[in-house]
Design a protein around this ligand. Structure first.
Ligand SMILES: CC(C)(COP(=O)(O)OP(=O)(O)OC[C@H]1O[C@@H](n2cnc3c(N)ncnc32)[C@H](O)[C@@H]1OP(=O)(O)O)[C@@H](O)C(=O)NCCC(=O)NCCS
Length: 141
């Protein structure tokens, strides 16, 4: 079921496309955008619980416009369904043209993310954080 249209979109991911993202026609591989959709869904899921989130399903992705090299790509997200162990995330991808600054709708996708424990088993995402304190980064004093 789609999200309530009144649900606001949140910024999840923004990136400038690079030559390594592209094909010889100057446009960006669809798989690069699909990877961004997956990462954006993770970012949104993480906002709802500190767990090991896994992608279980991505619904149809239909590209409405190409992404060109140098475009700034933004993924906006919102949750359309809060389940027990999963959240379903709508992702809207927008490209800001490098040359004109015009914002173009590229695609939308619906992604279901599942919160899992260390053994990879689904757990309620509203349960207390199940990830250990980050092993890297500054230690608290
Ligand atoms: C994600 C995974 C742990 C789910 O395990 P499972 O035994 O199918 O779990 P369940 O049947 O209990 O379902 C868990 C949740 O996922 C949802 N779900 C399962 N399959 C789904 C599908 N195809 N589409 C949408 N939601 C789905 C269920 O509705 C449930 O949500 P809820 O608790 O909020 O109602 C397991 O399928 C898995 O490990 N898959 C691989 C995930 C992965 O590695 N992704 C990255 C690929 S590189």
């Amino acid at each position: 079921m789609p999200a309530d249209p009144e649900t606001p979109w949140s910024l999840a991911l923004r990136s400038i496309t690079q030559p390594s993202d592209g094909n010889h026609q100057g446009s960006v591989f669809g798989g690069v955008i699909m990877s961004m959709i997956d990462q954006a869904s993770y970012v949104e899921a993480r906002r709802h619980g500190v767990h090991r989130w896994l992608t279980v399903a991505i619904e149809k992705i239909e590209f409405q416009a190409p992404v060109w090299m140098g475009d700034m790509v933004t993924c906006w997200t919102r949750v359309s369904r809060f389940g027990t162990t999963s959240v379903t995330v709508e992702v809207r991808v927008e490209a800001e043209r490098f040359t004109t600054g015009d914002a173009i709708n590229v695609t939308t996708a619906t992604v279901t993310m599942v919160a899992t424990n260390a053994a990879g088993k689904p757990i309620p995402f509203r349960s207390p954080p199940s990830m250990p304190i980050a092993a890297s980064g500054p230690k608290p004093h």
